[in-house]
Design a protein. Structure first.
Length: 248
């Protein structure tokens, strides 16, 4: 684990580590998984690695991109067919509005569904919300669709309930590196710790505990401390210098 502030070269540290693993340690590129939280950050990581690794084959993605790749292979396991669709929040609201009588409660119902899928809550506070959750999921399954949160929620469920699928991905991604780790939420943490396992886990995370920007979707710096407990052998390195600061 590397903890560092803005401008300290977090992404560079991660990409240099990957390049060292491939070029010096001869670790297979296809066994390495690099994750971040935005398409822009993933592109930056990919561009840097392509400068250091000829014909780079490292899987570089967002968490949602990883989840999508899993669902593209195992769509039948979650009741979809091959040509499934992705729906946005507007479409989710429209579906919920069809399911409930009180149209003013759509936002509250959507928030409850998202909170459950993101792992912010583990059980519903009312039977009504649980019923809406079940009806909503049945509706989008009938329409052969996933919402954005499904891209993390359903792969995590697959890993938890289908050991053969989890074993397949553990064999595939033996080395896991996560940039901007402070932005992880509960369901993403569940997904990645299932994938890494606890015995001989090869997982590297880097982030800034003072700079989380995805609080609205459940990111929490508590997962830094949880990571240390999950992996007691974790070494923590702190980068204290910022290259954005002008030294006078």
């Amino acid at each position: 684990m590397v903890l560092a502030g803005p401008g300290s070269g977090k992404t560079r540290v991660l990409t240099e580590r990957v390049a060292y693993m491939v070029n010096e340690k001869n670790i297979s590129q296809t066994n390495i998984l690099c994750l971040t939280f935005s398409n822009k950050a993933a592109k930056e990581m990919r561009d840097r690695l392509e400068d250091k690794i000829p014909y780079c084959k490292v899987f570089i993605s967002t968490f949602h991109g990883l989840g999508l790749s899993i669902l593209e292979k195992y769509f039948e396991k979650v009741g979809r067919t091959r040509n499934f669709n992705l729906i946005d929040e507007v479409e989710s609201r429209e579906i919920i509005a069809e399911l409930i009588k009180n149209k003013k409660a759509v936002t509250t119902a959507l928030r409850a569904i998202r909170n459950f899928k993101q792992g912010l809550i583990w059980q519903y506070s009312s039977r009504e919300h649980e019923q809406i959750f079940n009806e909503y999921n049945a509706k989008i399954q009938y329409e052969n669709a996933f919402d954005l949160d499904d891209l993390i929620y359903l792969p995590a469920m697959l890993f938890g309930n289908a050991p053969e699928i989890l074993d397949e991905y553990r064999e595939k991604y033996k080395w896991i590196l996560i940039d901007e780790y402070q932005d992880i939420n509960a369901r993403q943490y569940e997904l990645i710790t299932l994938l890494a396992g606890k015995i001989n886990a090869n997982i590297f995370v880097i982030g800034d505990p003072n700079q989380s920007i995805y609080g609205f979707r459940g990111s929490d710096i508590k997962f830094i401390e949880l990571f240390k407990k999950e992996y007691p052998a974790t070494g923590v390195i702190r980068l204290k210098n910022s290259f954005r600061c002008l030294i006078i």
